[in-house]
Design a protein around this ligand. Structure first.
Ligand SMILES: [Zn+2]
Length: 240
């Protein structure tokens, strides 16, 4: 986690500081090394929230954009409590996902947070496996036969494409299949100015979606776009 409780206030990790985990109320210690983003960790490497993943600069960037008060927010339901990555001002949960995730965890998180949640996943690692497709060639057509969805709908010549609701088409080599049954809106951050909002085919060998400007996304959900840009610049300026 990026923030722990120190004297009942949410505080970022600083060297040689102890805090309290807001969820289990156990002691957490600051981890302030040179490789990983500064964060708090439970003493015995035990993590009280099984859904959490290691903090990355990517996580911190997004959380900071929505602000301390709207990030790492405790949400309870049916005597179960989890830490939502971001709870926007209009009460939408944004779950950030950097690493691969199991199908069952996707389902659990969606069930727990309900319909007012969206996924934002880091696509920088797998973007090399995606290639833009304008239309499918013969080789693809053969491959498409094994897909559950009817590929013909995705062709540029299909009527829906002509209506202008087609968006972008990608061929995805080595897709992360656990996402195949995702139920909530999903945005992929490829590290560009826009997010890719998946419309169809997530977790399969071809996906369709549209680009949404990050500025638009952040403003819609009550984040601070100029702060996002500022952090981006700082990250770029840091020597490797
Ligand atoms: Zn804890």
């Amino acid at each position: 986690m990026i923030w722990a409780l120190v004297e009942n206030r949410k505080i970022e990790a600083k060297p040689k500081l102890d805090g309290i985990c807001p969820l289990c109320r156990k002691k957490v210690i600051s981890k302030c090394g040179e490789i990983y983003v500064w964060h708090w960790a439970h003493v015995k490497d035990e993590n009280c929230d099984t859904w959490s993943e290691p903090e990355s600069a990517w996580h911190k960037h997004w959380k900071a954009t929505f602000g301390k008060e709207n990030s790492e927010v405790l949400i309870s339901k049916d005597s179960e409590t989890h830490i939502a990555d971001i709870l926007t001002k209009n009460q939408i949960v944004i779950e950030l996902q950097n690493s691969p995730i199991s199908k069952s965890t996707i389902r659990e998180r969606e069930d727990f947070y309900g319909e007012r949640m969206i996924w934002l996943i880091n696509g920088e690692e797998f973007r090399v496996n995606l290639t833009v497709k304008d239309e499918w060639d013969d080789q693809d057509s053969i491959e498409l036969k094994s897909l559950p969805r009817k590929p013909i709908r995705w062709k540029r010549s299909a009527p829906e494409v002509k209506k202008g609701i087609n968006g972008e088409f990608f061929k995805w080599k080595f897709p992360r299949r656990s996402w195949k049954d995702v139920q909530r809106p999903l945005f992929i951050d490829f590290g560009e100015d826009s997010l890719f909002m998946v419309k169809e085919g997530m977790g399969t060998t071809q996906i369709r979606g549209v680009y949404i400007k990050k500025e638009k996304f952040i403003k819609k959900y009550g984040g601070d776009f100029s702060f996002y840009i500022q952090i981006q610049k700082e990250n770029q300026d840091q020597p490797l």
